[in-house]
Design a protein. Sequence first.
Length: 226
Amino acid sequence: MARILLLLPTTTYRATDFLEAAERLRVEVTVASEEENVLASSNPEGYLALDFQDLERSARAAAELARRLPFRAVVGVDDQTSVVATRIAQELGLKGNTVESAEASRNKFLMRERLRQGGVPVPDYLRWSSEADPERLGSQVAYPCVLKPLTLAASQGVIRADDQAGFVQAWKRLQRILEVQRTTRDVLVESYIPGQEVTLEGLLDNGALRALALFDKPDPLEGPFF
């Protein structure tokens, strides 16, 4: 029976859905999380502890297990695990995306850079160091603007500012969020684009897009929080 390595952060709420899907597909699963599972000793093939932030160490640990327990695929379930899943798949010689593309998909600054290089229209944007003075920056940007963390998902830390005072307040609030999340504290500042927002869910397979759903966001996303 085919076996996959499923990367499940301990904070995810999706674990049950993925495990039930694997059962329906009759796929064996080894679950990898950031912490040791209490059931690991009784089922060593079912659990693996990985540091998702350390790509090389995670890749080596997965490759060691794969020598006696081959995997057909590596599945990252969210933004947090997308890059490490790609690196592990690369280490195991499995088909998948490049690490560079996975990093660009979860880093808002890299994504903007790739889109612009590809000729896709994007808002004006700048990346600022966390050490920068928000009072000085706030006097240089055009309003309204939006401050964003480079990573994090679900619009966490995305804040609109309409003037300099609002910019300074948003900057300080975002820095507190990033300190708690222990992620890079650099900030992406973009021009605000008004209008309706939609979400496209789809799969990209060998360059061909298969659209699954296109739907409106439930509320007007005008800020200050999104």
